[in-house]
Design a protein around this ligand. Structure first.
Ligand SMILES: Nc1ncnc2c1ncn2[C@@H]1O[C@H](COP(=O)(O)OP(=O)(O)OP(=O)(O)O)[C@@H](O)[C@H]1O
Ligand SMILES: [Mg+2]
Length: 223
């Protein structure tokens, strides 16, 4: 297996006025293609910071990061945006769906950014929604869907570009136990189908769904 993610001694310091916070203090890790990994740790331990770097939403203060064989540590923002669009699907705790757009239009958006022609966009969005069990909700707006359904729309949106890596930050944090189970079952299926998944959570029973768990505490990984 090839490593999809390789991080070496990644540090991230946030400066807010006179206060500096070292959110990551030397993180090294390797994730193989096709793995399902949970990142767990208490509030403020650096999980979201790590996800932002993994997802090329932010860059390390120092250290190196290779994604799918390419060094992304040194790239300008414009390149990072392209890498995000091509290689990574994101799922967030707050769904982040656009409220005025239908489920299908929300799922089409990453394809619009990627320059895919409209008829193909539509077709692929409908297929992704069918994949997450929402073939009968494509014309609903987010406000007309349950929390679990909204999160499944977000998973469809993350998958529609066929990304190598699916990154989820507390994807079940706003869901009741039934909807959580639905979304977690979907992750398990996606992993079985070969997708690489990194799931961030502070809930041990959610982390237990992954193949292995990486623990983070005060910005460092625990052995
Ligand atoms: N944009 C920012 N500017 C300044 N400090 C930040 C910023 N983002 C995070 N931090 C700080 O960095 C540390 C790590 O935050 P992070 O959001 O990564 O934690 P987390 O593990 O995701 O926590 P939670 O479980 O509460 O989501 C915290 O001390 C936080 O206050
Ligand atoms: Mg967080």
């Amino acid at each position: 297996m090839a490593a999809i993610i390789r991080m070496r001694d990644v540090r991230k310091t946030y400066a807010t006025g006179a206060l500096e916070v070292e959110a990551l203090r030397g993180v090294s890790m390797t994730i193989e293609d096709g793995e399902f990994v949970a990142v767990a740790g208490p509030s403020g331990s650096g999980k979201s910071t790590l996800m932002h770097i993994l997802g090329c939403l932010d860059v390390p203060t120092s250290g190196s990061y290779w994604l799918a064989g390419g060094d992304v540590g040194e790239l300008p923002d414009s390149h990072l945006a392209t890498i995000r669009n091509q290689h990574i699907g994101f799922v967030f705790q707050q769904f982040n769906l656009l409220p005025t757009m239908t489920a299908a239009r929300n799922v089409e958006l990453p394809l619009a950014y990627a320059g895919v022609p409209r008829p193909q966009r539509r077709e692929r969005a409908l297929a992704a929604l069918a994949r997450v069990g929402l073939a009968d909700r494509t014309e609903h707006r987010p406000g007309e869907l349950s929390g679990g359904q909204q999160q499944r729309v977000a998973v469809a949106r993350a998958l529609v570009t066929d990304p190598a890596l699916l990154l989820a930050d507390e994807p079940t944090g706003n869901l009741d136990s039934g909807s959580s189970a639905e979304v977690l079952a979907l992750f398990t299926e996606l992993h079985a189908a070969g997708r690489t998944i990194v799931l961030i959570t502070h809930e041990p029973d959610v982390a237990a769904r992954a193949q292995r768990t990486v623990l983070i505490r005060d910005g460092v990984l625990a052995a």
